[in-house]
Design a protein around this ligand. Sequence first.
Ligand code: FES
Length: 106
Amino acid sequence: MSSAYHHLFVCNSQKDEIGKDVARALKTEIKKQGLKALLTGGAKRKTRVQTCNCLDVCKHCKKGPGAALIVYPEGTLYGDVKPKDAAEIVQEHLLAGRVVKRLLLD
Ligand code: FES
């Protein structure tokens, strides 16, 4: 079962501002997939997405063209996330409560 609230922070310390694009894509997907209207255990879900400064996993930011992001309350760190990955993160992690293994940082 997935958590009733999620807070996502997307690293924005990137040269090409990919973090902003990823955050925007996540917000769009959250709306599209109807997360705002869903209930978990009788309570409305809360999901917040925001950009932030360096998450201290820079080598992953540098490795690929995508951004690093962290999902709370789980504290799951994803790396090299691109806007096209937003749909999968919303559907798998936020809705189904399953980590997206291919984006996971070790
Ligand atoms: S620059 Fe993205 S985690 Fe440090």
